[in-house]
Design a protein around this ligand. Structure first.
Ligand code: RRO
Length: 336
């Protein structure tokens, strides 16, 4: 399985790495690409069955002066949950790619609530896998599956998903796997209010299972237009895709801040969107993020981006006289 599948392990979220688009080989060279200074490894969002995803071309990078932007319409290609939870794969992942014992997060994005629940049921039946698994991140924000509107924008459905997932046995004793949700970007105050009202009852401080949310997935319905040929660029879905990278940085910061103002303090926020420098990471943390995920920049630069971003963040903190993230986390000043 390792050799034949496009494993698509994502680092710290997002768009799968260039290294992971090629097949894994017997000496685990591809897994070695994951050995980096990232704080965690997160799988490509899994479904019950393997998926090829949408037709190519389905990913494009646009370079700007200030940073790269990506638009993708991958369509949830993945090797199926079996591979991301296979004990021999995870053992090798831990040995080769994350020898320091950094957390492994399994992202799931079932095509229905029942599919997500089935994947979680499967985990309960395989206690050996749980030994290697630190968290399950439920992605309710994939914008690219034809015929499947985004769960995170369908509030009755989202409420049901949040409640039923959070009640699953995998997140309670004796398993106690951590639970996160990956959210789409929202754009208006009533939406932040409504989603926070769904999430808060599941907070740890209220006896629930919800450990964190990721703000946010790509900005959907982006359209890349080629002026020369007067045509779309991505093949699937009429050329529409999810936008990430530098161009979504301010939307992501806004989402982190809006949710930090509304969510129970026991729910951590992971900032995601346009993190390509230490300064970007600093801004996310200032808005209230406990950690950041890097996607587009990782794909552009490779796994070396994590050490560089961490060093830049450290240098910035030193210049400002901060010793810990808590010295400035969430302490954004509002100009009056
Ligand atoms: O595979 C995708 O098309 C995809 C996913 Br699952 C996601 O969560 N976000 C995104 O921009 N693309």
């Amino acid at each position: 399985a390792l050799r034949d599948n496009d494993v698509q392990i994502w680092l710290m979220l997002g768009v799968k790495s260039k290294a992971m688009q090629t097949n894994l080989d017997p000496d685990d060279r591809e897994l070695q690409h994951l050995d980096s200074r990232s704080g965690a490894v997160c799988s490509k969002s899994a479904t019950l069955q393997p998926r090829d995803g949408n037709e190519h071309p389905r990913y494009i990078e646009l370079e700007g002066e200030a940073g790269s932007c990506s638009v993708n319409s991958e369509g949830l290609p993945n090797a199926g949950i079996g591979l991301y939870t296979d004990v021999s794969v995870l053992r090798r992942l831990k040995d080769i790619a994350v020898p320091s014992g950094k957390p492994y997060i399994l992202s799931i994005s079932g095509l229905s609530l029942n599919e997500n629940l089935s994947m979680l049921d499967g985990l309960v039946k395989h206690p050996e896998t749980l030994h290697y698994l630190n968290a399950v991140e439920v992605n309710v924000a994939c914008p690219n599956v034809p015929g499947k509107p985004l769960v995170g924008y369908d509030f009755p459905q989202l409420a049901d998903v949040v409640e039923k997932i959070a009640c699953h046995a995998i997140f309670s004793p004796p398993h106690n796997v951590a639970l996160g949700f990956k959210l789409p970007p929202y754009f208006d105050v009533p939406f932040f209010d409504a989603v926070a009202a769904m999430l808060n009852p599941q907070a740890k401080s209220r006896g629930g299972a919800l450990g964190y949310v990721v703000c946010c997935n790509t900005v959907g319905s982006a359209l890349v237009v080629d002026v020369d040929s007067e045509s779309t660029v991505l093949h699937p879905k009429g050329g529409f895709g999810g936008m990430g990278g530098h161009h979504v940085r301010l939307i992501a910061l806004g989402n982190v801040r809006q949710f930090r103002e509304r969510l129970d303090p026991s729910i951590d926020i992971v900032g995601c969107g346009g993190v390509s420098t230490g300064e970007d990471a600093f801004a996310h943390i200032l808005c209230g993020a406990s950690a950041v995920q890097v996607a587009t920049q990782h794909r552009v630069e490779g796994a070396g981006c994590f050490a560089r971003i961490a060093a830049e963040l450290q240098a910035l903190m030193q210049r400002k006289g901060y010793r810990r993230l808590d010295d400035f986390r969430g302490k954004l000043r509002v100009r009056l």
